[in-house]
Design a protein. Structure first.
Length: 126
């Protein structure tokens, strides 16, 4: 069985955020466009929204290496995910996208996406 995990540094125009996560490919998941291959702002907020940030790449890398040392299994090691936007731009885009995603989910929701609706509603109220 695969651990499907890694340490991921989000590199924006104005800051760096570091997480240990599984299924990082979900950053491109969109309820609106299932064939999407771009980073989705609502997913970025889902993964990185609750973590602290730094404005120093060396510190972000130090944090990432420290996190990696504490993981007994780390399938994908440390990676940097770059996006040419500021954090505030990502938040603004996520707030605009979230209602559209909720609308799309509600068209065919059988209950399994209720958690996503809740998270998207939280993004709207940020």
């Amino acid at each position: 069985m695969s651990a499907d995990n890694g340490i991921y540094i989000l590199v924006t125009k104005d800051q760096y955020r570091v997480i240990h996560a599984q299924a990082i490919d979900n950053l491109t998941f969109s309820h609106i466009d299932r064939n999407n291959h771009d980073l989705v702002p609502t997913q970025i907020i889902r993964y990185y929204g609750d973590c602290k940030y730094t404005r120093n790449i060396d510190l972000a890398r130090k944090i990432a290496f420290s996190m990696a040392r504490r993981c007994p299994i780390l399938e994908y090691e440390i990676s940097e995910i770059k996006i040419n936007k500021t954090w505030n731009q990502i938040v603004k885009e996520a707030k605009l996208l979230a209602p559209k995603e909720i609308e799309k989910i509600k068209q065919n929701n059988d209950g399994r996406w209720d958690w996503d609706i809740k998270r998207l509603e939280e993004i709207i109220s940020m």
